[in-house]
Design a protein around this ligand. Structure first.
Ligand code: ATP
Ligand code: MG
Length: 171
């Protein structure tokens, strides 16, 4: 059991701007449990950074998630997930399968998210105005998550580890 304070079989939705460290955190779960929108963009278009492929990648992500939840398997969604409509679709699907939902806010400061973009190759660099708007949407989403139906809302810390927060919550 990786995170004893999280449901063993649930839907874990990572929320954060590009560069926040979502994929880094996602790597702490077994890779078969992680659905990465970037990876699926690569699967359908050969270019993980190709925004035009987002719709097709999201269709496949939802299909795989559906099949995994039918098996009651734990799944981590590695995408920005800063838009309420995107999250609502995920939560609705999980409720339909009776799976608990966890929102993990990766609230890395905007300045850090932007600085990390500058270290990336062109094909993986997200434009500054988009990162700014994702970060704003992440902050805005924070107080809405419980109303959206998430059973648990937690923060990842600066080292992208969940443990300290989970321990604090359970003390
Ligand atoms: P995107 O939405 O664009 O996929 P992301 O949220 O998945 O972004 P990552 O790729 O996980 O972000 O992290 C961005 C960069 O920051 C990577 O180069 C990663 O190595 C680095 N990074 C992530 N977490 C940390 C950390 N705790 N300390 C230092 N560097 C980190
Ligand atoms: Mg990523």
């Amino acid at each position: 059991v990786l995170y004893p304070d999280l449901p063993e079989h649930g839907l874990i939705v990572l929320i954060g701007a590009s560069g926040a460290g979502k994929s880094t955190l996602a790597r702490t779960w077994p890779s078969s449990q992680v659905l990465s929108l970037d990876a699926l963009r690569g699967t359908v278009s050969d270019e993980p950074g190709n925004q035009e492929a987002t719709g097709d990648a999201a269709d496949i992500l939802k299909l795989i998630l559906e099949r995994r939840m039918a098996r009651k398997l734990n799944t981590v969604i590695d995408a920005t997930n800063v838009e309420e409509t995107v999250r609502m679709e995920l939560v609705t699907a999980a409720k339909r399968h009776g799976m608990p939902t966890v929102a993990v806010i990766v609230a890395t400061p905007l300045t850090v998210c932007l600085q990390r973009q500058s270290l990336r190759p062109d094909s993986r660099r997200v434009p500054e105005d988009i990162v700014r708007s994702q970060h704003r949407a992440m902050v805005h989403s924070h107080q809405r998550l419980t109303a959206e139906g998430f059973n648990t809302v937690i923060f990842a810390d600066a080292l992208n580890r969940l443990e300290p927060y989970l321990n604090r919550l359970s003390q």
